[in-house]
Design a protein around this ligand. Structure first.
Ligand code: NAD
Length: 333
């Protein structure tokens, strides 16, 4: 049985406590939040769980095996480091840390002490993404041409990071999971309209092969959109995460060049075949992810979304900030 302490019970923390509480191999022993109202919510939902305002009660408790850090980004490094130094496994929210150096240090401590770090890259545990991964591996889409994501909504404004660090970790983590080729460079443009942090941003990701990716991330959108287009030479796919039933649609559409003799005579044939919407596993991603965390700890396995994966994402986010400072110039990664 793995005893868990959760730090942070704001917007996302309740999902983490609910999922760990539902597992056979884990017990949530204690929840910490600086805010008394948050702790009242814990009391109401889980009267048996110990609550505290002092994270030291969790970090220094020898009875706790693993700590979930579900607090704002600016606190991840310090809390995760204290947990690791006290011999505890760590489940930490995305983005892993605020800086590359912090992420590297946490990875080093975990490896030295043989502890597990799992960074909550939630979407890679969705049924839709698992299905997309299989399609890509089976070459059903053919070589990939592009990955194009729109992730926009009104808010939630973060006080410590810009919209890229809030929303783009999802896309960078997804691409890290789905695509073998790793990004070579990024270019990002963004503007701050409200609180001094960029709330609207456009990111282009370049690869050494012919693939290209683009993310549109925005806290000032009148409607919520979570749509990703993945184009391949054989088929194209649209993943709309807000759809209930048909989250993924695969289009047998594409182009075929029939004559390449000269630019003037280039003949392009358009293929427009059937569309189908495969069934995807409807189970909540966090259920799979929290189960996987416990399995990795008990079996000593290294998670796909370990500290190294978190570090790769932080490096890309850092490159985006550098690019924004240089008015959107391409930054190598
Ligand atoms: N994986 C996802 O899909 C997903 C979704 C939303 C948020 N998140 C991530 O979860 C983290 C938290 O986001 P949120 O929206 O829940 O924020 P939030 O502000 O709603 O909640 C954070 C909570 O942490 C508490 N807190 C802060 N510092 C603390 C400390 N030192 N000790 C104890 N309690 C402390 C605050 O009182 C607050 O209740 C962020 O890293 C965010 O990026 C991930």
């Amino acid at each position: 049985m793995i005893n868990i302490g959760v730090i942070g019970y704001g917007y996302w923390g309740p999902n983490i406590v609910r999922n760990f509480s539902g597992l056979e191999g884990a017990v949530v022993q204690s929840v910490c939040d600086m805010n008394s109202q948050s702790l009242n919510r814990v009391h109401k939902a889980y009267p048996h769980i110990h609550t505290t305002h002092d994270c030291g009660d969790i970090l220094n408790n020898p009875g706790i095996d693993a700590v979930a850090v579900i607090t704002p980004v600016s606190t991840h490094y310090e809390l995760a480091k204290r947990a690791l130094l006290n011999g505890k496994h760590v489940f930490v929210e995305k983005p892993f840390t605020e800086t590359i150096a912090q992420a590297e240090e946490l990875v080093e401590i975990a490896e030295r002490k043989k502890l597990t770090i799992m960074v909550d890259h939630t979407f890679i545990f969705t049924g839709a993404v698992r299905k997309i991964k299989r399609l890509i591996e089976e070459k059903a889409l053919g070589n990939l041409y592009y990955y194009d994501s729109t992730r926009v909504n009104l808010g939630l404004f973060q006080s410590d990071v810009n919209v890229i660090w809030d929303l783009a970790p999802h896309d960078f983590a997804l691409m890290d999971f789905l695509v073998d080729e790793k990004p070579a460079a990024v270019a990002a443009c963004g503007k701050a309209h409200v609180n001094g942090l960029e709330d609207t941003a456009y990111i282009t990701v370049h690869f050494n092969n012919n693939m290209i990716a683009h993310f549109n991330v925005n806290w000032l959108s009148p409607v919520k959109v979570r749509t990703t287009f993945i184009g391949g030479e054989k088929k194209m796919l649209v993943w709309n995460d807000l759809e209930n039933d048909e989250k993924i649609k695969i289009y047998d559409k594409g182009v075929e060049v029939t004559n390449r003799e000269s630019v003037y005579n280039l003949r392009v044939g358009y293929r427009s075949g059937d569309m189908h919407a495969p069934k995807v596993d409807p189970i909540e991603a966090l259920k799979h992810e929290t189960e996987y965390f416990i399995k990795c700890i008990t079996k000593g396995e290294r998670p796909e979304n370990d500290g190294h994966a978190g570090l790769r994402v932080v490096k890309l986010l850092d490159a985006c900030n550098q690019s924004m400072k240089q008015n959107g110039q391409m930054v190598n990664v």
